[in-house]
Design a protein around this ligand. Structure first.
Ligand SMILES: C[S@@+](CC[C@H](N)C(=O)[O-])C[C@H]1O[C@@H](n2cnc3c(N)ncnc32)[C@H](O)[C@@H]1O
Length: 176
């Protein structure tokens, strides 16, 4: 009886979804992270943001491989905590910060590079903020999903985990 009640209680629970949840947590494979950062042509000291930074792998790689100043913005407190611990463990606290928050509330106007792995509709929702905030010359790199209405300056396809991943590169102001 107790088992039935427990199982019932578990299935009755609805997942708690934040109203501004732009995408579920699915990490970019490391091959894709490497290729996105390569396509971003990051110079040492440039500021790189990952909007929805997951476990922090993109911002960590940007600091380790390109000596970037990297900022992750992430809605999930669990992922923020684990990525902050990883940043500290790797001794990257002077170069990488991971902020707990919603990308819609964040100021990323000083970005040289913005990395996105969200969803098609989420990119559309975020597009006006990117257009308003980002300075000329800033690069936006999007994994898998285009930003509709912008013409990519470059596109790449990378095979990882038994499928082809697309990468779209845009330079601000975007070509339309
Ligand atoms: C598909 S994952 C990508 C993770 C990481 N960028 C990568 O490429 O490995 C999307 C992430 O965005 C986060 N996210 C979704 N909506 C967000 C929002 N409004 N503000 C901040 N983070 C958000 C999710 O919690 C998730 O970790």
């Amino acid at each position: 009886m107790l088992v039935l009640l427990t199982v019932g209680a578990v299935f009755a629970q609805k997942p708690v979804i934040h109203p501004n949840q732009l995408a579920p947590y699915v990490p970019s494979p490391y091959q894709i992270v490497d290729r996105m950062l390569e396509l971003a042509k990051i110079k040492p000291g440039e500021k790189v943001y990952d909007l929805g930074s997951g476990d922090g792998r993109v911002v960590i790689a940007a600091a380790q491989k390109y000596d970037a100043k990297a900022v992750g913005i992430e809605l999930s407190s669990r992922l923020v905590k684990s990525s902050q611990e990883e940043v500290k463990r790797l001794g990257l606290s002077d170069k990488v910060s991971v902020v707990h928050g919603d990308v819609f509330d964040a100021d990323f106007s000083d970005a040289d590079v913005v990395i996105l792995y969200l969803m098609r509709d989420s990119n559309n929702t975020l597009k006006p903020k990117l257009e308003k905030s980002l300075k000329p010359g800033a690069r936006v790199i999007s994994h898998d999903y285009e930003i509709e209405g912008w013409k990519p300056n470059e596109e790449a396809k990378v095979d990882a985990f038994r499928r082809g991943h697309k990468i779209f590169v845009y330079r601000m102001p975007p070509q339309k």
